[in-house]
Design a protein around this ligand. Structure first.
Ligand SMILES: Nc1ncnc2c1ncn2[C@@H]1O[C@H](COP(=O)(O)OP(=O)(O)OP(=O)(O)O)[C@@H](O)[C@H]1O
Length: 253
């Protein structure tokens, strides 16, 4: 992104954003409520165009590419997408139908490759035993993992996770963080961008951070340089102490 503004009425949702994610990088986007994180991710998912500036995604420029060709190359999980999944949908179909970028299994035909990939991803994300259950009967943690398996189904080049830890209990969060850490360390995994409010949710293996406040970038770059008491305090508007131990981060007043 170069000089990106997103403006609605008189409000700047994003202002002057410059940001580059390289294929092998894993980024966390941190900021308080209303900072513009979801808006940033919507741009990165080719679901939104900038008002000003340039967004280049996977070698294509937004505005000069058919977004329907671009979107299957990008995996996205978000609360908004999760709401579109029918509670009665079979969990296995939620994952399987992602290959066709549809919610709800219709008349698509799946080959053995699709079925094998869906089964493998469901096993990796610990949801294989629920394949035959309806999505609506799953716990929040299980639903989150199903959504990530779904996002990975088309083998995307870029994976965008909007608050995957929201609504999870401590055990669910720790399980998710360790699975995301495994994915982060995987050599052939896609570039990854994870949006969160909490430094405790940063998986080991994520090396870069972008801090957002009021639609503007406070800091962006290698995690150790960016995630300091000073920048985090500025981002969240309160005096914070930041600590790192065994690859995990904590913050407190
Ligand atoms: N269409 C719109 N018109 C005006 N303001 C909008 C519009 N869409 C979003 N906003 C505002 O833009 C700001 C940024 O929203 P965004 O959802 O990107 O923030 P966020 O950082 O993801 O917040 P949260 O952490 O609460 O999810 C918010 O104040 C929101 O109310």
């Amino acid at each position: 992104m170069r000089g990106v503004d997103v403006v609605r009425g008189d409000t700047h949702l994003l202002r002057g954003v410059d940001w580059t994610v390289a294929p092998e990088q894993r980024w966390v986007v941190l900021g308080p409520n209303g900072a513009g994180k979801t808006t940033l991710l919507q741009l990165a998912a080719a679901h939104l165009h900038p008002t000003r500036g340039t967004v280049r995604l996977l070698g294509e420029t937004l505005g000069a590419v058919d977004v329907f060709e671009l979107r299957p190359r990008i995996g996205l999980t978000s609360a908004a997408l999760a709401q579109r999944i029918q509670p009665a949908e079979r969990t296995g179909d939620v994952v399987l139908s992602a290959g066709y970028a549809v919610v709800g299994r219709g008349r698509e035909r799946y080959d053995v490759h699709d079925l094998t990939r869906a089964a493998t991803l469901m096993k990796q994300w610990g949801v294989a035993p629920m394949a035959h259950r309806s999505f609506g009967t799953l716990s929040e943690g299980e639903r989150k993992r199903v959504q990530i398996a779904r996002a990975l189904m088309p083998d995307p080049e870029l994976l965008l996770l909007d608050e995957p830890g929201a609504g999870l209990d401590l055990g669910g969060r720790e399980d998710l963080v360790s699975r995301l850490a495994d994915l982060a360390h995987h050599r052939y995994a896609p570039a990854q961008v994870l949006v969160t409010h909490h430094v405790e949710e940063i998986p080991p293996g994520y090396g870069h951070a972008l801090l957002l406040r009021g639609g503007e970038v406070v800091a962006a770059g290698p995690m150790e340089q960016v995630l300091t008491a000073e920048t985090l305090s500025e981002t969240f508007g309160l005096a914070l102490q930041v600590e790192r131990a065994d690859g995990r981060w904590t913050a407190r007043r």
